[in-house]
Design a binder for this molecule. Sequence first.
Ligand code: ADP
Ligand code: MG
Length: 703
Amino acid sequence: MSEVINVEELFASKVFTRATMRERLPKNVYKEVIKVMEKGGELSLAAADVVAKEMKDWAVENGATHYTHWFQPLTGITAEKHDSFVSHPDESGKMLMEFSGKELIKGEPDASSFPSGGLRATFEARGYTAWDITSPAFLKEDATGVILCIPTAFCSYKGEALDKKTPLLRSMEAISQQALRIVKLFGNTEAKKVVASVGPEQEYFLVDREKYLKRPDLIFAGRTLFGAPAPKGQELEDHYFGTIRERVGAYMKDLNIELWKLGVTAKTQHNEVAPAQHELAPIYETANIAVDHNQLVMETMKKVAGRHGLTCLLHEKPFAGVNGSGKHNNWSLATDNGVNLLDPGDTPNENIQFLLVLACIIKAVDRHADLLRQSASDVGNDHRLGANEAPPAIISVFLGEQLEDVVKQLVETGEAAHVLQGGKLETGVSTLPDFTKDATDRNRTSPFAFTGNKFEFRMVGSADSIGSPNTILNAIVAEAFCEAADVLEKAEDFDLAVHDLIKEYFTRHQRIIFNGDGYSDAWVAEAERRGLPNIKSMIEAVDTLTTEKSVKLFDKFGIFTKAELESREEVLYETYAKTINIEALTMIDMASKQIIPAVIKYTKSLADTVIAVKGAGADASAQADLLKQVTEKLNGMKTALAKLEEVTAKASSMSQAKEQAFYYKDVVKEVMEELRTPADEAEMLVDKKVWPIPTYGDLIFEV
Ligand code: ADP
Ligand code: MG
């Protein structure tokens, strides 16, 4: 008999939920909290004091000794500084655990070491963390003890955003306001807000920890920088949805339990395409909570792996030639009275609203394809997007056969008079078909696909925060809604105006719709003909943030100021340069201290063998030939190593961030490849017993 896991009881047991608040807070305070959560505004200090005390008592009852303002700086991961609840003892020496409303609402970490892109001059090292009341506080438990974590936004002294959370919250505000204008036009006057919902599917790799510790590249760079392909790859397609091995299964079980306790709705788990690759998907939730929870998922994945003698790799491309990892960001919009704006609905009125929303999204994605592409880029994702892997770097929208046909008819005739695969449709009279049912026929190659009642943005990297992609999605669609509402609110004949607008948007922006194979060369050429951007790397996407249209967009909705955008550009260039620098230095280290010495030793033993065999009067040509081949690779490595040392030194001495980043991409990365190639070729020739690091086969087939 296996132990019974009471999931209902476990779920959110480490979260200061609404139910816990209702139970513990005085009614008037609880009401005030809910009001601020739902309508915005600020909590009074008196109420904050009460909440803080109850939160602290609850945390202490559950073993907590410290609290932290948990925030998401531009590193892409989370940061925390712990403060204990310990207060000044009284004269008798007795001490009471304390936590005030002030401490709950605002923190002041010395934040000079977080990337700010020049926004926070060092003389003004202070940054502020401000409580995000809409994301529940939770308890984190590890060797440090139990820590009360308060989700916060992180700003500079002057209020400039220094994190991924602040702009996201601003964008949620924007999309809510603009979407409300749209639903009002269609008669929904009860809705008070529109919420962006997000469900991210998280991919990851698991490797044996002992082997991981023998690979400096995995330790320092999170990915392998050397490694010949294993004899077997994913060609048999036997891993995807395959039976989960015992060791991995035990890991997944533990992971689920930890996540459930944190209130994360871990729902789906399965093996992914590559050997040793897996996926976890939670149930979708409000965007900012989904962003927080995805950080917790990533963190918990790593933590739990340790307990099972495993290491979790979240890098987008841990192994060359093996499928990489991403994060499908499922996104939709729903009113607080339960209407999903991306659901075609059951009545003609809902159909028209759906088509308008769809037209607005198509317009937004076409106009800001470059921004969306940027939002999904990080250093690791360069090995996927635009390299020879899914999804392509060109943004296009997949609608599915039926819906694409509806759009085509609307563009051509202004009416969608019929629907493919049966069913009669007259917009304004009848209803649209159920696209959810049609969603089975999905195009996996599309970076932005409509899947029944949501869009699935498939470009996001596995290690990256989903903060930026959702900020951009919300912002660009808010702008399109705003422009549509500006027209429609003034229209004399609403029905006619909305009809014309839908037709206009689809007509103007249909170039972004593509239902074919996104991986083909033909599409690259076709996309170019259509004038769609094809941005090949992270740093080539950076300056999309400060184009005139971007600055205008972000300024209009108060999501980013120009200074904030410029600072982010700076941080992105710096991050890129630093990451490639670490990779290059790691390669230099591994090549000079591990791989080259091992190969030299092997050539010595081969040379000895040749002499011995010859001395014995036998034919040593095979051994001599192997020696010649291995020596060639060795020389190749030596030459490339010297070159890599030279260009890396030059790169790190450069002072201008953008120029430096491009030098790392165009020069250093190329030389890294020059070093890797002979090393990987040598690996294929050299006796496995003398190879100094675990091979691809060891890493991905022996978990
Ligand atoms: P697949 O692998 O087929 O794409 P999954 O079931 O693994 O699908 O993941 C789908 C994700 O989309 C889940 O996180 C799910 O909660 C989320 N999702 C479903 N409906 C919506 C919606 N309306 N808005 C946002 N996300 C959604
Ligand atoms: Mg998916």
